[in-house]
Design a protein around this ligand. Structure first.
Ligand code: API
Length: 263
């Protein structure tokens, strides 16, 4: 099977992207998807997304985690698919597209490599010991960390993701350390089953959780540093609901290719 694909990165979270408007690829195939995302036997990526036509929207984003399974929302992937959509002229500077968690609005810079993606509103955030648990399109566990640069994020994140509470459905685990301006965050991602260099729904969850933790309300902007770069989250919080949430940052095309896939 021949496959034309694009490789994108969003602050170090990296994705294979396929323009599937012609529905050339039947992606309901765990072995194919996991194989494409495999960093040794395939192209490699934290996930893969298919851009498809959808009545009433500029396009639909269909996202799979690297394990080949259909996923919940991917924030960095959402930013990258918007950057891609400008490339063939599917969109200009703004868009409304459909993802697994519903409609999303996004704006893209003139340069085409910086995207602001509106995320779903969040009304529920629960405390679990020193951690916060919330869903920003994907489920997230947010916990404080010291000396985060030297933490074994794989081991500690894997342990939480597989504990009795979260083993069945999994959860993304975010470790957060305050910095002079904002926070430093490292994330163990469900479905990748490893640390990723950024997690968009994850840094969004951290920004909201820290506002609650610090009793901040109003219009809030939170810069977050991740291993792969810098992201920014803007939102309103009235002490109960988080609304007008925007995840902002780089979304870059790394390479384009065509592969002949052999078993
Ligand atoms: N691994 C996540 C989905 C992708 C999230 C992440 N890549 C993002 O940018 O939001 C999950 O299974 O919940």
């Amino acid at each position: 099977m021949k496959l034309h694909f694009y490789k994108y990165r969003g602050a170090g979270n990296d994705f294979i992207l396929v323009d599937n408007r012609e529905i050339a690829v039947n992606h309901h195939n765990v072995e194919l998807i996991a194989g494409l995302c495999d960093r040794r036997f395939g192209i490699g990526g934290d996930g893969i997304m298919f851009l498809q036509n959808k009545e009433g929207y500029d396009f639909e984003m269909v996202y799979y985690n690297a394990d080949g399974q259909p996923s919940s929302m991917c924030g960095n992937g959402g930013r990258c698919i918007v950057a891609f959509a400008k490339f063939p002229g599917i969109i200009d500077s703004e868009t409304d597209f459909l993802a697994v968690d519903g409609p999303h609005h996004a704006k893209i810079s003139e340069t085409g490599d910086w995207v602001s993606l509106q995320m779903i509103d969040v009304d529920t955030i629960t405390k679990n010991a020193d951690a916060y648990v919330l869903n920003t399109g994907s489920p997230h566990y947010v916990t404080p960390a010291h000396d985060l640069a030297n933490k074994n994020v794989y081991a500690d994140g894997h342990a939480i993701r597989n504990n009795e509470t979260y083993k069945a459905n999994g959860i993304n685990v975010n470790f957060v350390e305050p910095k002079a301006n904002g926070y430093f965050v490292r994330t163990f991602e469900r479905g990748v089953e490893d640390e990723t260099y950024a997690c968009g729904t994850g840094v969004t969850a951290v920004a909201l959780a820290m506002a609650k933790h610090n009793n901040q309300t109003g219009s809030i902007e939170t810069p977050i540093k991740v291993l792969g770069g810098d992201l920014n989250i803007r939102f309103n919080y009235d002490g109960i609901s988080f609304t007008k949430i925007f995840l902002e940052g780089p979304a870059k095309l790394v390479f384009e290719g065509e592969v002949q896939i052999y078993k």
